[in-house]
Ligand binder design. Structure first.
Ligand code: LLP
Length: 431
């Protein structure tokens, strides 16, 4: 199986996190997002342990909430001792209303508005990751208005190609995020920030991409970032106290994907950073990473019920389910791959199907060319694996479909963390 929280019972029923997927589908209905809380926690601990082993108290992983943001997730992050990064006041508000200590939130985003800055400062967000010069001035002005200094990190674009798909590459010089080093703009950006009295410039941030498997991507990033830190120290006397290198470790969606050895990679990154800083005569900065996908992806599974099956002889078979691009737009957006399984039984005689959704467009495909039981029929349950990241968080009400509930699985029990959206919920804001 793709992940060790997925297995089949002797009669062929699919089990996820030790529970029958069919029993869960009957109890909670479909489409259904399942989230293995035990796996979320063990993924957090993998980062926390690796950080502690390699940096002692000098590092913190921040969970990138954009991967899956709802209150229960922040309660889990608080109880595990994870930091959090947020990209909108919606995410901040969610964390705040879950009781997450907001002073541990790092606030990202390239398009923060004045209202966002005001809200975040009002509630006491710990650190702003400032994307651009305009935001520098906004944050400075708001801090001065409140008579305080706001801790910030400055987002730099290091000019790294992480070799992932284009829509989620964020490191190369021409992306919309951060301020590029290559053009000299990053230097001017830091220089300006240091002159602003409302800011406490704690350090630098960068993020080069997502679903990255390049083994040395963070080492290459550090070569550039520590080089920059060194020139800032030599020319401006500025000491980078915090260095945040973003998220990005890839996860396995299909059998052919590699399994990233994250603790091993973190050890190598730590050794590299220590060496670079020693060589440059710089103190080791407090080290941050922002994993999202690798915390929640393999903790997720989506369960659907087949509504209809269509066979167009000589062309195609479709299994059409009760969800689709509204709850998982990732194939439509990125041609993302997924592993799809019959949940009721192990398929003996198989056929190739396109797993299609119920939205009114031909492009509404959750995954093309998947191997399912040839006799897959209406009423069968289908599981799409590894949907914990960027599924619920990217879902929409397209076609006025309600979002599925998020049901958490913990120690053999299940409980609802997010309710199913009803038709009344969908109309709630319509006047
Ligand atoms: N930090 C920053 C500043 C980011 O922009 C991201 C992801 C992360 C951390 C977390 O990266 P992760 O560890 O999850 O790779 N919707 C796309 C992914 C977009 C990622 C955006 N930024 C997808 O479904 O693949």
């Amino acid at each position: 199986m793709l992940s060790d929280n997925i297995r089949r019972s002797p009669d062929g029923t699919l089990f996820f996190a030790g529970q029958s997927v069919i029993a869960l589908a009957k109890r909670h209905g479909t489409p259904l997002y399942l989230m293995d809380e035990d796996r979320v926690r063990s993924n957090c601990r993998m980062y926390l342990d690796a950080f502690r082993r390699n940096f002692g108290d000098g590092a913190l992983p921040l969970y990138a909430g954009k991967a899956a943001s709802f209150k229960q997730m922040y309660r889990i992050m608080a109880s595990e001792g994870m930091g959090v990064e947020a990209v909108s006041i919606g995410e901040i508000y969610t964390a705040l209303s879950a009781g997450y200590p907001v002073e541990r939130v790092y606030f990202h985003g390239d398009g923060k508005t004045e209202a966002d800055v005001r809200f975040a400062m009002e509630v006491g967000v710990g650190c702003f990751v400032v994307d651009n010069e305009n935001e520098l001035r906004l944050v400075n002005a708001e801090a001065l208005r409140r008579g305080r200094r706001q801790k910030v990190l400055l987002r730099i674009t290091p000019g790294i190609d992480p070799h992932t798909y284009e829509a989620i590459n964020t490191g190369t010089v021409d992306v919309k995020f951060g301020v590029p080093l290559e053009t000299g703009q990053a230097f001017a950006f830091v220089q300006e920030a240091l002159l602003l009295p409302g800011l406490e410039v704690a350090g630098l941030h960068c993020h080069v991409g997502s679903q990255v498997f390049d083994e040395d991507v963070f080492e290459r990033t550090l070569d550039i970032m520590v080089g920059f830190m060194s020139s800032l120290y030599r020319t401006l006397g500025f000491v980078t106290r915090e260095l945040d290198v973003g998220g990005g470790y890839g996860v396995r969606y299909v059998e052919q994907d590699k399994q990233a050895d994250i603790p091993g990679r973190i050890a190598a990154v730590a050794a590299h950073l220590k060496q670079l800083c020693a060589d440059a005569g710089l103190p080791l900065p407090f080290f941050l990473m922002e994993p999202g996908r690798s915390i929640v992806a393999d903790a997720g599974m989506t369960v659907y019920t087949v509504s209809t099956v269509k066979h167009i002889p000589g062309f195609k078979r479709y299994a059409i389910v009760d969800g689709g691009m509204a709850d998982n737009p990732r194939y439509c957006l990125y041609r993302a791959q997924y592993t799809v399984l019959n949940a009721d039984r192990e398929a003996a005689d198989t056929a190739v199907f396109d797993l299609a959704g119920r939205c009114c467009e031909s492009g509404d495909i959750i995954q093309p060319a998947v191997t399912l039981a040839k006799d897959t029929a209406p009423g069968d349950r289908i599981a799409v694996c590894t949907t914990g990241a960027y599924n619920y968080s990217m879902s929409s009400n397209y076609n006025r479909l309600g979002r599925p509930p998020v049901v958490m699985l913990r120690g053999g029990e299940s409980y609802t963390a997010v309710l199913r959206e009803s038709v009344e919920d969908i109309c709630a804001l319509d006047l």
